[in-house]
Design a protein. Structure first.
Ligand code: AKG
Ligand code: FE2
Length: 225
């Protein structure tokens, strides 16, 4: 017997709920509505243009990252920050828009139920573009001096996001499915936890978004001034 009343528009029996994965790491499903997601995808397309546009990141060991990346505010490279695309075309990094910095603060408030400290100003964004077979290995976001939480916004295809511990790349970790519009925030005791993206789920993007693949925007406070 079916109970249509309890079924949600996306065909799920239960709505996905805000979840504290470990203390300091919070998943807020569907934080961005469809209109906001479209605006962000459009903004990412602009940011991806040269100079200092979307690039393939080369690691010191001679490998390449499979997710391509563009930065705002400060340019991240393995492993530091610079004002220009030092490992790309050398162009000046694009500015971090005020509206995106404000979105970072409201994301923290949504995740933790409490405004961030007044001094917390999101001044760096990394935009990662994943195609079907892209991944991101377990790593920590370690080049920032600030301990402010990292804010992560997902657009397009869903992925498996692996959130681990502060000691090693291995277990214990939790795998969380991040879908288009989801917010994930990690700070406090797990600000330096290892995390990665073992898998993208191709073909799972909302049809109306006009995006093939996955975009992730991580907002950070550098504390590097
Ligand atoms: O794509 C993601 O969800 C994670 C991205 C990430 O960890 C990073 O850019 O440092
Ligand atoms: Fe990261």
């Amino acid at each position: 017997m079916e109970h249509p009343d309890t079924e949600h528009s996306d065909g799920e029996l239960f709505p996905r709920e805000r979840a504290e994965i470990v203390p300091g790491a919070v998943h807020v499903p569907d934080w961005l509505g469809p209109g906001r997601q479209r605006e962000l995808v459009e903004a990412c397309r602009e940011w991806a243009r040269p100079p200092a546009g979307l690039r393939t990141v080369r690691t010191p060991g001679g490998g390449t990252m499979s997710a391509r990346q563009v930065c705002l505010g400060l340019h991240w490279y393995p492993y530091g920050y610079a004002p220009t695309a030092v490992d790309g075309d050398g162009g000046p990094v694009k500015a971090m828009p005020d509206w995106l910095a404000r979105l970072g603060r409201s994301a923290v408030a949504a995740a933790y139920g409490q405004d961030p400290d007044p001094g917390v100003a999101y001044d760096i964004a990394l935009v990662n573009f994943y195609e079907g077979d892209s991944r991101m290995g377990m790593h920590r976001d370690a080049e920032e001096r600030s301990e402010a939480p990292v804010v992560s916004l997902s657009l397009g295809d869903s992925c498996l996001f692996r959130f681990g511990n502060t000691a090693s790349r291995g277990r214990p970790y939790r795998d969380v499915e991040l879908r288009s519009g989801d917010l994930f925030v990690f700070g406090g005791p797990v600000r330096r936890a290892f995390h990665g993206v073992p898998k993208v789920l191709p073909g799972t993007a909302p049809p109306g978004l006009g995006l093939t693949g996955r975009l992730n925007i991580t907002l950070r406070v550098g504390g590097l001034g």
